[in-house]
Design a protein around this ligand. Structure first.
Ligand SMILES: [Zn+2]
Length: 244
């Protein structure tokens, strides 16, 4: 009954588990791969010791996930969100994370409580000077809440939004600023564990507002759909043609 169109691409769910996909996503979430970075097929095939066909499948999948953009004849690049998309990402996160916090609080089992506490323990015990590791750890907090919400679809959305947030932050952040304010997560967890639903929801929303407000999304930012700026950013210039 399914339409027979999966012949040339793997199932999206399977591709999410692909080790090359995972490797690229990890590098993005740790801000090592920046927006606008070219993803050369040969280089990636070499890094992961796989075929170019495999790399092409991976890149096509990441294009479908809004993580990579592909320009004909130029290749694949880490996606660079526009100002409007950055705002939309945070608006979507406020909706989604309101839902996940609510769902967790609807069913706050002993196991969920201990996992939340354990995560906060890991964050506070972590060496904050290790920027890369702490970035991944603070993103994990939001993913953990989505996992505890017990809805696989919400979890998929949460994972995608966290990655797109990483791209937005990497594109628009003021240099040197942290992703998640270090003290926000324990406050949110304390309110959740105390059963203060309204307090937890407003703390989460405040936290997302703070992250968004640290970005340079001001009036001087380029037009949301300014593809000229996008092409300049990735070093794509005029096509040199013969007399045509
Ligand atoms: Zn956070």
């Amino acid at each position: 009954m399914r339409k027979d169109r999966e012949s040339d691409t793997a199932e999206p769910r399977t591709m999410d588990q692909d080790p090359v996909v995972q490797g690229i996503l990890k590098a993005i979430s740790q801000k090592r791969l920046k927006p606008g970075t070219k993803l050369g097929e040969d280089a990636l095939a070499q890094v992961f010791e796989t075929t170019r066909i495999h790399i092409r499948q991976v890149l096509a999948h990441l294009v479908s996930r809004h993580i990579v953009t592909h320009f004909p004849n130029r290749g694949a690049f880490i996606y660079r969100p526009t100002v409007q998309e950055a705002r939309d990402i945070f608006a979507a996160r406020r909706v989604l994370e309101t839902a996940t916090v609510n769902a967790v609080m609807d069913n706050l089992t002993a196991e969920a409580r201990s996992m939340l506490k354990r995560h906060i323990g890991r964050e506070s015990g972590h060496d904050r000077n290790d920027r890369w590791a702490s970035l991944a750890l603070t993103a994990d907090f939001h993913i953990l809440i989505a996992e505890l919400a017990g809805n696989g679809v919400l979890l998929d959305f949460a994972k995608e939004l966290m990655l797109r947030t990483s791209l937005a932050i990497a594109t628009f952040e003021v240099p040197g600023s942290p992703d998640c304010s270090p003290d926000a997560h324990p406050v949110i967890v304390d309110l959740m564990l105390a059963g203060d639903r309204a307090g937890a929801l407003s703390a989460m929303n405040r936290h997302l507002d703070e992250i968004e407000h640290r970005l340079h999304l001001g009036a001087t930012a380029p037009d949301p759909d300014d593809i000229v700026a996008i092409f300049q950013d990735i070093g794509v210039g005029p096509i040199s043609r013969g007399a045509a």
